[in-house]
Each structure stands twice: as structure tokens, then as C-alpha cells.
Design a protein around this ligand. Structure first.
Ligand SMILES: [Zn+2]
Length: 216
């Protein structure tokens, strides 16, 4: 899953407005933010196999450090601890940040083919929605647009810009699903990493920067 993860960011922001959206944008993609450099370093592995699933060509055959449930829980605990310490956040807020990190695995489980290892590199699971393009795209769109609409209902500032940004993210999803395959595994990882940080920067600019300027 790609842009659908951000639905969890908007929903969590609504549950706890004290957490900056850029933090939640990085939290929901944290497992992939770690996955990308590990792929570039050759520690986790992916092959580009055109036609591998009906929506994308990624054969994600080795990613035990980022996409096993145990790894997801450990990274979530780390996110909880780091956010609690660095942001001096209350336990509930830090818990929600950790939960946002965990949500990545659950949503990946719905769309990935069985490539998510329950432990080490075996017992792989995944419901495989990626093989049903209309459903896979519909789920990404529903999560992102549904939750961002929910968030915007109570947050009128920059509403138009955030709607446009959500639609642009959905456009990127269309390209990922229906555009040409990435040139190489490292190119796919590098592009994803740039997108995660760019999206976090844009949402900081549109939502968090104004919020902190208001309270300053
Ligand atoms: Zn992932």
C-alpha cells in the first residue's frame, strides 16, 4: 500500500490534534522509510518482475527487518519511545504514533501478495488485493480521501490546498499502479524514499507550520 497509509495519518491527527501531521506522515510509512535504505544497501531485497502482480512489478522476496510483524512491533515501540522523549509527549500521544507505525503492516497485509514473513524469511502472508486493480486502487483512494475529508471537516485552514495535495498523491498512486515499472530495485527504493520525505515536508508546510505559527 502507498497513499492509503496516509488515511491513518489524518484519522490519528483527528483523534489527537497535538501530534504534528508530518510526524504521522513519516510514522505510517516508517517501515518503508527503513525498507528503502536497506534495499539500497542490499540488506533487504526486491526484484522488478513486470506483470508480477496486476498493479505493480515488485517481487519483495526478502524483507524480514522491516515487514515482519515482530519487526513492525519493535519499530512501533521504538517510535513510541522516541516520540515520547523528543516531543515530551504524553503516553497516549506517543502510543498513537506507535500505533500509526503498526498500521503500516496491517494495511500492507491486505494488499501485498504473500511476501510478508511472519518470522525470519518464512511463513509469508498477504491477502493479495494488489491482484485486483480496481479494489486495490479503490481502497487506497477511500482511505486517503475519506480520512482527509474527515480531518478537513474540522480544519478549514488551507483546505483547498490539502484537497489538491491529496488528489496529487492519488495521482502518484495511479502512476505507481498503471505507469511504467521502475528502472531497478534501487531506483524504486530511492524514489519511494524521496516521496515519503517530500510528502511529509509538504504536509508540514500546509498544516503544521501554520498551526505552530498560530500558537507562537
Ligand atoms: Zn510497506
Amino acid at each position: 500500500m502507498f497513499v492509503g497509509h496516509y488515511g491513518v495519518s489524518f484519522a490519528t491527527k483527528k483523534a489527537d490534534p497535538s501530534i504534528p501531521l508530518w510526524v504521522l506522515f513519516l510514522a505510517v510509512q516508517w517501515l518503508d522509510v527503513l525498507w528503502a535504505p536497506l534495499v539500497i544497501l542490499g540488506i533487504e531485497k526486491v526484484r522488478i518482475v513486470p506483470g508480477f502482480t496486476a498493479t505493480n512489478p515488485l517481487d519483495l522476496y526478502y524483507m524480514p527487518y522491516t515487514h515482519s510483524p515482530v519487526a513492525a512491533l519493535l519499530w512501533s515501540a521504538a517510535a513510541f519511545a522516541v516520540y515520547r522523549l523528543l516531543a515530551h509527549a504524553p503516553t497516549r500521544s506517543a502510543f498513537l504514533v506507535g500505533l500509526a507505525v503498526s498500521s503500516h503492516w496491517v494495511l500492507d497485509f491486505i494488499v501485498h501478495r504473500p511476501d510478508l514473513p511472519l518470522y525470519d524469511n518464512t511463513a509469508k502472508v498477504g491477502l493479495g488485493l494488489w491482484n485486483y486493480p480496481a479494489w486495490a486502487f479503490g481502497l487506497e483512494a477511500a482511505l486517503l480521501l475519506g480520512a482527509s475529508a474527515m480531518y478537513l471537516k474540522a480544519e478549514p485552514r488551507n483546505r483547498a490546498a490539502i484537497i489538491v495535495f491529496s488528489l496529487v498523491m492519488l495521482g502518484v498512486q495511479v502512476y505507481v499502479f498503471f505507469g511504467p515499472p521502475p528502472a531497478s530495485p534501487k531506483a524504486a527504493a530511492a524514489t519511494a524514499l524521496v516521496a515519503y520525505f517530500l510528502f511529509a515536508l509538504i504536509i508540514w508546510f500546509l498544516a503544521d507550520r501554520r498551526a505552530s505559527a498560530r500558537t507562537a
